[in-house]
Ligand binder design. Structure first.
Ligand code: HEM
Length: 223
């Protein structure tokens, strides 16, 4: 049955060469921990991507209950956490995953740095990586406000005041992020949209470029 469906699609779209290209690609010996144990450091990028998938999936389930307005946000998270079946697990995955993903991305960046993989011809992928880094920081910052409890609210105020202290552009950035003069209702809806639409879309586009370049240039090394 599966083979029949596969053949039907393959006759029309010739999909075999596409997945064969990925499936038949051999991992070089120097990045294979089965050959050299220290090569496990090459797993950090893939593990970061695994966590990206977990964050997106758990985040999609969170939005089934989360209500992005100041009267209901906290109560909706509280309800999800205490009343919804598996709610505590889904929220826990997203909450702990957020810290883990930053740690993993940092380890990946250290690996790339210490193996000198940012050098020619991979400079562009380093720059794309830096952009990914900033987007991930932005996801952490915007997500932190969403439960709308005291910790979330005042942490965001501190963050916005730090942005405000930047010379010349500071106040403009703060006003733009805040959606007005105070940290309030507009800020929450704005952070919500940035957190679930803008940044994830930018992240996926950047990751597309990241992976395209890795495939095109191959992994760096051996040292
Ligand atoms: C969500 C974040 C990220 C994901 C999912 C990701 C994923 C990956 C993956 C799977 C690889 C293949 C090699 C490996 O796994 O080590 C890779 C390579 C690379 N990454 Fe990332 N990455 C991320 C962030 C970054 C950041 C922040 C930087 C640097 C600022 C960066 C720079 C690079 C470079 C230059 C390579 C090529 C390395 C080589 O050829 O040895 N990446 N990335």
């Amino acid at each position: 049955m599966f083979k029949k469906v596969y053949n039907w699609i393959d006759e029309r779209l010739d999909i075999t060469p596409m997945w064969r290209d990925v499936a038949d690609h051999e991992v070089p010996e120097h990045v294979n921990p089965a050959h050299h144990f220290a090569a496990f450091v090459y797993c950090f990028g893939g593990l970061t991507f695994f966590l990206v998938v977990i964050q997106i999936l758990s985040g999609m389930f969170l939005t089934m209950y989360y209500v992005p307005d100041i009267l209901n946000a906290y109560a909706s998270v509280d309800y999800l956490q205490h009343k919804v079946a598996f709610g505590v697990i889904v929220r826990g995955m997203h909450f702990w995953g957020a810290s883990l993903i930053i740690t993993m991305m940092f380890l990946h960046t250290l690996r790339v740095f210490f193996t000198g993989s940012y050098k020619s011809p991979r400079e562009m992928n380093w720059v794309v990586g830096m952009l990914i880094f900033f987007v991930m920081m932005g996801l952490g910052f915007t997500g932190y406000l969403l439960p709308w409890d005291n910790k979330a609210y005042f942490a965001t105020k501190v963050g916005l005041q730090i942005a405000n202290s930047a010379p010349v552009i500071g106040p403009y950035i703060t006003r733009f992020l805040q959606g007005g003069e105070i940290t309030g209702a507009q800020t929450l809806t704005r952070f919500f949209t940035i957190h679930v639409f803008f940044f994830p879309a930018i992240l996926l586009a950047l990751l597309g470029g990241h992976f395209f370049m890795i495939r095109k240039q191959g992994i760096s090394g051996p040292l």
